[in-house]
Design a protein around this ligand. Sequence first.
Ligand code: MN
Length: 310
Amino acid sequence: MSGPVASADVPAEPQRAAPEACVLEITQSREGRVGAIGVRRALPRRGRRTVGPWCFVDHMGPALISAPRGMDVAPHPHIGLQTVTWLLEGEALHRDSLGSEQVIVPGQLNLMTAGWGVAHSEEGTGSYDGNLHGVQLWIAQPSATRDGPAAFEHHSELPHRDLDAAVATVLVGDLDGTTSPARRDTDHLGVDLALRAGVTTVPLRADLEHALVALVGAARLDGQIIEPGHLAYLGTGRTEISLAAREPTRALLVGGVPFDEEVLMWWNFVARTRAEIIEAHRAWIAADDRFGRVDSPLPRIEVGPPPWSF
Ligand code: MN
């Protein structure tokens, strides 16, 4: 999915909020649109740019779509990040400049690594009528891999485990010994929690910072209610959380070792300097070899240069 990450989301200046221990900060997501679908953007936000390496969290839909329309996010470029696509309802078609063409349905993971540069589209499958509902997230790549080659992975099955009144599916990383096969360039995790009515204890690592995003229903944590449209930042230092639900509830847990590099984000780029972003934008507009070509019926997305480049 495409950003854009605008200055309203996050100033285009390096800025870091230090991780805090055992807090519970609930913030309201920003409403936006990506393609034809309404989204709630939980990250980035002022004062909290990253949770571990997670730097972008969009909760999209549920939105009713009718064939042949779908997500309809036209080809656009990325650098320096991984995109994570996870659906609760519906289906989508991923195409990228590596030649990947992959349908994704609920329970599966698409993980694209941009590295030095990749382009992709997110399209309808042409045959689906119904709700589209899911999340797309970005993971900032560390300097060790961010200038490396692009890659794409599809995982049709992921490991899951029963907790008290929940099933936890590990998209990325490790939850107390249950480990996803997905590529990981830093020490982080992403877990889907399908809660039934009841109370569930989720084991956490105290050295990671975590956040929870509610996707369906509502969960009570530390006496506060977390609902869709909320990002609940949990800080570091927790060895577990206790989540209570009264009805079937879905939530996404993200976390990681606090990211120790200053991240600069603009449009679909995660970089370190303005010069890197200006050069990536120039390469995309010039349609040179850096980003390659996506075999898509949709026209490529172009935007003007960053405001600080002229
Ligand atoms: Mn994208």
